[in-house]
Design a protein around this ligand. Structure first.
Ligand code: MG
Length: 109
């Protein structure tokens, strides 16, 4: 995989800064969306609608993904494999932590 033109122009330090900034915005968007959920909004209301909050959350997820994909563009394929493996491991760990028993996927015939 070749280096992304944005990474080439701004460099890895600035791409890391963008990733951190977008990750912070993602955290804020998740917290804002939490305040639109019924059980929370009575105690801590917001003027943001659920739809606005959802749209903002999706935008920030995209911003974070864009930032790390540009940052790791020189070896994107390897990083994507590592991220996917980590996602699977972390999902299983989270499910186990809250007492869920995961079913094995049925093998295809
Ligand atoms: Mg953003």
């Amino acid at each position: 995989m070749s280096i992304d033109p944005i990474l080439e122009k701004v460099g890895p330090a600035e791409c890391l800064a963008v990733l951190a900034e977008e990750a912070s915005e993602l955290a804020q968007a998740a917290l804002k969306m939490r305040r639109t959920i019924e059980s929370v909004k009575d105690r801590n209301p917001t003027t943001t609608s659920s739809l606005e909050a959802l749209c903002n959350l999706v935008e920030e997820i995209a911003d974070v993904q864009n930032a790390w994909m540009v940052l790791f563009s020189p070896s994107l394929g390897d990083v994507v494999k590592e991220v996917n493996a980590t996602i699977e491991m972390k999902y299983d760990r989270w499910a186990k932590r809250i007492g869920l028993e995961l079913k094995e996927e049925e093998e295809e015939e």
